[in-house]
Design a protein around this ligand. Structure first.
Ligand SMILES: [Zn+2]
Length: 455
C-alpha cells in the first residue's frame, strides 16, 4: 500500500513542532507509533531460554508481538502505515535483546562520597532533587528501566518519580519508599552524630518511630505522601554515624505494626538488615524482603525460606564500602570501621542464601557506589555461585515479582511494557556484557541507540 506524501509531512510536523498541550494530547490519542526491533538473539527470561533471531513489534508503550525469525520490514511498515501509524525499524541483528533490567535497591536521590557528611548541612532538598535527575538518566542509560528506590531523605524520590512519569525528565520506572522508617538513633535517623541542639526529635512524620502506634502513623503518612512501598531499618547500618552496623533497632511488635499498616494500603515492606537477630525479627514480623542480610545465620536463612521472604544481596555496595574504608578520610572513622567489618562479608552470604533456595531479586544499593555502575553486580552474583541466567532472572522476572509487576516488566512478551535493552554477544556466556548496553527502550521510547544516548 502506498503512503501519501501529505500524511508523511503531517507525521513529521507532529514530532517536530511545538504543539499546544491540548493538541499534543489529541495527537497522542491517535494511532500509536509502531516499532519493529530485529534482534540477533533474544533472552526469554520467563522460560529461561535463549531464542535465536527474533522480531519484537512494539505498539505505543507496549509489546504487541514477539515473532521468531527476521523482520519482514516492508510488510510491517506497510501494515503500520495502512493504520495511519508511524513506523520505525531498529536493526539489532548483531545483538542479544533482553528485557530492561530492574534494580530492586537504589537510592537515586543521593550519591555518597567524602563530602556527604558535610553536604547535608549545605544542600537543600531541591539540590538533592536536581541531582537525582542526573542519576536517574545515568541509570536508565545503563539499561535499568525500572528501580525500586529504597529511601531518600525528604521525599525527593517521589517528586523524581512524578517527573519521570510525566515525561519531564528521562529515568527508569520508579517504585519508591520515600523516607525510611526506623527508630530513634537508628539507621533511618538522619540526625545521628549531630550536636544536641541540632538533633531534635524527628518523630513519625520523618519516619522515626518508637512504638507500634508510631508505626501506624508513619506508614499512613507515607500513604499521604504518595510512596509506593515501605522501607524499614530494623538493624544498624554502615553509612550512618552511630556505633553499630548490625544491632537490632526495632522490636517485633513495631515491625508487625509496620507490616499490618503497610498491607492495609497495598504496600510491600523492604527491611534493611545486617544482623542475625534483626533479620529474624524482620522475617517473623512479616516483611517482604531482607536487604543485605550480611550476618544471616542458618536459622535466619531457613526462616526466610519457610516464610517465602525475598533476599536482595547488594554485593557491589559491600565491596565498594570495604574498598573505600581503606582510604583515609573517605568515611568518618566510625563509619570506616563498620564498612571494613560488614562490606567484605556480603558476597559469601549471598552464595549461602542462594544455595539454600531462598528467592533472590537483584539489588545494588546504588548511590552507595556511583550510579550507572549497577550492572557490575551481575559478575559478583556469579562469583558468589549463581548461574548467569539466575542472576539475569533476578534482575528481570524475579524483581518484577517482588514489585508485583509480573507480566508488565522483566519479560519480552506480548502485553508487557516495551522495556527492551540489547548487548553485543551472549550475556549468558559473559554477564559482564551487561555493563555495556548498546540499546535502551523504555515504554516504546528509544533512549540509547548504537551505544549512544538519543537526545
Ligand atoms: Zn540502601
Amino acid at each position: 500500500m502506498r503512503h501519501s506524501v501529505p500524511s508523511r509531512v503531517a507525521a513529521v510536523l507532529l514530532v517536530t513542532s511545538a504543539l499546544p498541550l491540548a493538541a499534543a494530547q489529541a495527537a497522542k490519542a491517535g494511532p500509536p507509533a509502531e516499532t519493529a526491533i530485529h534482534c540477533g538473539s533474544l533472552l526469554d527470561t520467563a522460560a529461561g531460554a535463549m531464542r535465536g533471531e527474533s522480531t519484537i513489534v512494539v505498539e505505543g508503550d507496549r509489546i504487541r508481538e514477539v515473532r521468531p525469525g527476521g523482520t519482514d520490514r516492508a510488510a510491517l511498515e506497510a501494515a503500520a502505515k495502512a493504520q495511519g501509524a508511524s513506523f520505525r525499524y531498529v536493526d539489532l541483528a548483531g545483538s542479544t535483546c533482553l528485557p530492561g533490567l530492574i534494580d530492586a535497591h537504589t537510592h537515586l536521590t543521593m550519591q555518597f562520597g567524602p563530602t556527604s557528611y558535610t553536604d547535608q548541612f549545605r544542600l537543600n532538598p531541591a539540590d538533592y532533587a536536581i541531582r537525582s535527575t542526573v542519576y536517574a538518566r545515568r541509570t536508565l542509560l545503563a539499561g535499568f528501566t525500572t528501580v525500586r528506590d529504597l529511601a531518600d531523605r525528604d521525599n525527593e524520590s517521589i517528586a523524581l518519580r512524578n517527573a519521570v512519569n510525566a515525561g519531564l525528565v528521562p529515568g527508569p520506572r520508579i517504585f519508591t519508599a520515600g523516607r525510611p522508617i526506623g527508630s530513634t538513633g537508628g539507621h533511618a535517623d538522619f540526625t545521628d552524630g549531630y550536636r544536641l541542639d541540632l538533633e531534635g526529635d524527628p518523630g513519625p512524620m520523618a519516619g522515626i518511630i518508637d512504638s507500634p502506634a508510631d508505626a501506624w502513623k508513619a506508614v499512613r503518612q507515607h500513604y499521604k505522601d504518595g510512596a509506593d512501598l515501605i522501607k524499614i531499618m530494623p538493624s544498624g547500618g554502615v553509612l550512618d554515624e552511630s556505633r553499630s552496623g548490625d544491632n537490632p533497632q526495632m522490636t517485633v511488635a513495631e515491625i508487625e505494626a509496620v507490616v499490618a499498616a503497610a498491607h492495609d494500603y497495598g504496600f510491600t515492606v523492604a527491611a534493611h538488615a545486617h544482623g542475625a537477630e534483626a533479620i529474624r525479627r524482620a522475617v517473623i514480623g512479616g516483611v517482604d524482603s531482607i536487604e543485605h542480610g550480611t550476618f544471616a545465620d542458618d536459622a535466619d536463612i531457613a526462616l526466610m525460606k519457610a516464610h517465602g521472604t525475598w533476599f536482595v544481596p547488594t554485593i557491589i555496595a559491600g565491596e565498594f564500602v570495604a574498598e573505600k574504608a581503606a582510604v583515609p578520610g573517605y568515611y568518618p572513622p566510625q563509619v570506616a570501621a563498620k564498612a571494613a567489618a560488614i562490606g567484605p562479608k556480603i558476597l559469601a552470604t549471598a552464595g549461602r542464601v542462594y544455595r539454600a533456595g531462598v528467592k533472590i531479586a537483584f539489588g545494588t544499593d546504588a548511590g552507595v557506589y556511583p550510579h550507572g555502575e549497577n550492572a557490575r553486580e551481575f559478575a559478583l552474583m556469579v562469583q558468589a555461585g549463581m548461574p548467569p541466567l539466575f542472576a539475569i532472572q533476578a534482575a528481570t522476572t524475579h524483581a518484577a515479582e517482588l514489585l508485583r509487576q509480573q507480566g508488565n516488566i522483566g519479560v519480552i512478551a506480548a502485553g508487557a511494557y516495551a522495556d527492551i535493552i540489547a548487548v553485543a554477544g551472549d550475556p549468558l556466556a559473559d554477564v559482564a556484557r551487561l555493563q555495556d548496553v548498546g540499546f535502551v527502550m523504555k515504554g516504546g521510547t528509544v533512549y540509547k541507540l548504537d551505544g549512544r544516548p538519543v537526545e
